[in-house]
Design a protein around this ligand. Structure first.
Ligand code: SF4
Ligand code: SF4
Length: 721
């Protein structure tokens, strides 16, 4: 009888699970395929497989956080090994009387299953402790009930699996040698000794545990499709489909294509299929949020909630209804944005974020059409303020263990606001106007662009097109008095080293980076084409770009416009000059200095070592690190066009200045003109001038140059400032 019923039961269970899963997955995949923007991601299979090895098998990003990383690795690796046990159970259900454990030589597999089942259970217990007792801030706003349900489900499933083996061992069924390969199940089997090896109760219990673990596995697979923790299935493909384009570059939309109907994204289908897969993949771990400068200074942006809100919007689209009450209300608590998942706090309006500067009525107005009709994606599910709070620092993407791409989505939505609705902060509009009319976001006369260099004996490319390097000065070092010190110091260093260079002068125009990151892709493309044309005219091959934003645009974005150059940041060039002995540093600086990583130099372009190597070569200088440095360095708050936008208190740059003060350094070194300005403002606003000073690395190098170069340099820098 059992020989007939067992296969039928398995087929019914399996058939039911496949049927129910298919209904859900057809919808999920259908939504992905309804996304219009093409995004080819099936090239370079070797590199994609390598990424799987690094991020999935080796759990590289998860292990940056030791407790959570070990916990996750135990569960992940446990499941990988236990897939063999699940397959084994299915075969045994179909082929009644057959047991893998009885097959000679199966002991090693049995041992691994036994060990990894126990390790995975340990991981589940660690996860429950983390969720329910430790409750790190990063989990706020996550679907805790769903996470606990899933952990309990996995724990029950694993326990049933282990008890299935334990009861079989207690029955004395497997050969004794095999039982010894399952030491944990063997130990557990002692619990059943009082029942007697031949008892009917033990046989029934064994059947219950065997079928319970199979039913729980199949039920789990069905539930995942409906759960907020779909990532258990989608994270591996999401990692495989990672972006293999330049890390710091954005894809270039073709606005001249005949079928362009809209700019940016204001509906789910305006994104790419990979964007939708990203939404399904969020684990709600909150690592992105922990490192987000906007979130950490109380701005209405959490990269985690941005993704989960978009995902909930997608799920509501699938369900055909938009219930505002399913959304989470956020309230400010002790300067941090926190979330009430289950219901809404008194006075809180159902919605996403409840910024302190918006009244509940304003938030309610933003969450329109609740209860069935479609809610607008922007201004409804995602508030405008959320999008404008992003500095595009990339910390979220650098932290995300499943490689979700937040920044391109934010910029896609900004593009919609700017290009289709002209809805943006006033100061952003002014910066765009400056780039359009004067080729710089400061809006200052383009004719004065090269005035800073008048007394420095700098050549112009139009006179010296054969110069080895084009020194791309950038708008900040051309127009901002504080940033002009970078240009002056660098020119002196280049002249001291005998580097052959020239500048474009008034032929240089903004690279378009601020326009692109604010959302005016049109303006960016216009500037990009003009600049590439100018450089092509002069046959430029090598570019020195001290501004990391210009560096990033030249390196990662101009190639799409036919601009291929050998681009070098001034920190790299100065290090080369020091290493080759073309300049030497002899004048000591007896100070403690901390280096602030620029996001567009460090995180987006992996340039961390050169500025530090330079500082370490300055005699007397002691280099100390801030608590957050290198890839975990905190943004200064200027990126993504935020340099030109107002910011509420507390400001990102003020927070970063305080982190520098905590090192007890007397000076900060920067390698970006915007970081320099932000530190300057932060130090002066926080009245910390007596404790901290800031300068670009080039200024420190120029001051330390061997005499007689130094006297000339100091005089030049002083004249400029
Ligand atoms: S890019 Fe930076 S500011 Fe923007 S969401 Fe990510 S971490 Fe936050
Ligand atoms: S986006 Fe990535 S880092 Fe952020 S919560 Fe989701 S999985 Fe975690």
């Amino acid at each position: 009888m059992t020989a007939v019923l067992s296969p039928i039961a398995l087929v019914l269970l399996l058939g039911g699970a496949v049927y129910l899963s298919t209904i859900r997955w057809r919808k999920l995949v259908g939504l992905m395929l309804s996304a219009e923007r093409p995004d080819p991601r099936f090239d370079h299979i070797g590199r994609r497989l390598k990424a799987l090895g690094v991020y999935v098998l080796a759990q590289a990003r998860l292990l940056r956080w030791p407790y959570a990383g070990i916990m996750h690795a135990l569960i992940f690796w446990g499941f990988v090994v236990l897939l063999t046990a699940i397959l084994q159970a299915m075969v045994e259900a179909l082929w009644v009387g057959f047991h893998f454990d009885d097959v000679p030589g199966s002991g090693a597999i049995a041992f691994l299953q036994d060990l990894f089942c126990t390790l995975a259970l340990t991981g589940v217990v660690m996860a429950l402790i983390n969720r329910l007792i430790v409750r790190p801030v990063r989990f706020r706003g996550s679907h805790t009930r769903d996470a606990v349900l899933i952990l309990a489900w996995i724990g029950t499933l694993l326990s049933a699996m282990q008890l299935n083996y334990a009861t079989r061992i207690a029955q004395g069924s497997p050969p004794e040698a095999v039982a010894t390969w399952r030491p944990f199940a063997s130990a557990l089997s002692r619990l059943f000794d009082p029942l007697g090896a031949d008892s009917r109760s033990l046989e029934v219990l064994h059947g219950v545990f065997f079928w319970a673990h199979l039913a729980l596995v199949l039920g789990f697979l069905v539930y995942l499709g409906f759960s907020k923790h779909l990532h258990i299935i989608t994270s591996t493909p999401n990692v495989f489909l990672l972006n293999l384009g330049p890390k710091g570059g954005l894809p270039t939309p073709d606005f001249e294509a005949p079928d362009v109907e809209h700019f940016g994204a204001s509906r789910l289908e305006h994104f790419s299929w990979k964007d939708v897969l990203d939404l399904y993949t969020c684990t709600e771990c909150g690592r992105c949020q922990t490192h987000c400068p906007a979130f950490n200074t109380g701005k209405p942006l959490s990269p985690k909630t941005l993704i989960t809100d978009l995902r909930d919007h997608a799920y509501e689209t699938l369900a055909g209804g938009y219930a505002a009450t399913t959304h989470r209300a956020h309230q400010v608590e002790g300067g941090m944005w926190v979330t009430e998942e289950d219901g809404h706090g008194e006075g809180a309006v159902p919605g996403h974020f409840q910024p302190s500067w918006l009244s509940p009525d304003q938030v309610a107005a933003a969450v329109t059409n609740a209860g069935g009709e479609e809610r607008p994606l922007i201004g409804g599910t995602i508030l405008d303020e959320t999008l404008w709070s992003c500095t595009t620092c990339g910390a979220c993407m650098d932290q995300c263990p499943v490689l979700i791409e937040h920044v391109p989505k934010i910029l896609d939505m900004r593009r919609h606001l700017v290009l289709e609705e002209s809805r943006m902060p006033k100061q952003a509009e002014q910066a765009l106007r400056g780039i359009e009319n004067q080729a710089n976001p400061y809006g200052l006369s383009q004719q004065t662009r090269a005035d800073w260099a008048k007394q420095l004996g700098v050549s112009f490319v139009k006179d010296r097109p054969d110069a080895e390097y084009l020194y791309w000065v950038g708008c900040a070092a051309s127009f901002d008095d504080r940033a002009k010190t970078i240009g002056t110091a660098l020119v002196t260093i280049l002249q001291a080293a005998g580097v052959d260079f020239a500048i474009l002068g008034t032929e240089e125009r903004c690279t378009g980076d601020p326009a692109r990151r604010i959302g005016n892709e049109y303006l960016f493309q216009e500037r990009a084409k003009e600049n590439v044309e100018t450089l092509t005219k002069y046959g430029v091959k090598k570019v020195i770009a001290p501004c990391p934003h210009c560096f990033n645009t030249f390196t990662n974005e101009y190639p799409s416009f036919g601009g291929h150059y050998q681009v070098i940041h001034h920190s790299q060039l100065i290090r080369d000059l020091l290493e080759s002995g073309r300049i030497t540093l002899t004048h000591p600086l007896d100070e403690t200095v901390t280096y602030h990583d620029s996001c567009y130099l460090g995180r987006w372009n992996d340039i961390f070592a050169p500025p530090r190597d330079i500082l370490e070569r300055i005699p007397g200088l002691k280099l100390v690190e801030m608590a957050r440095s290198r890839s975990e360095g905190m943004c200064c708050g200027a990126g993504g066009g935020r340099m030109w936008m107002e910011e509420g208190q507390p400001r990102v740059n003020h927070r970063r200045v305080k982190q520098a003060v905590e090192t007890e350094a007397s000076r900060v070194a920067t390698a970006c003109p915007f970081c320099l300005s932000m530190f300057d403002e932060g130090i002066s606003s926080e009245s910390l001038g007596d404790r901290l000073q800031v300068d670009d690395i080039s200024v420190y190098v120029a001051a330390a140059l061997a005499r007689p170069e130094r006297e000339e340099t100091v005089a030049a820098v002083e004249d400029a400032s």
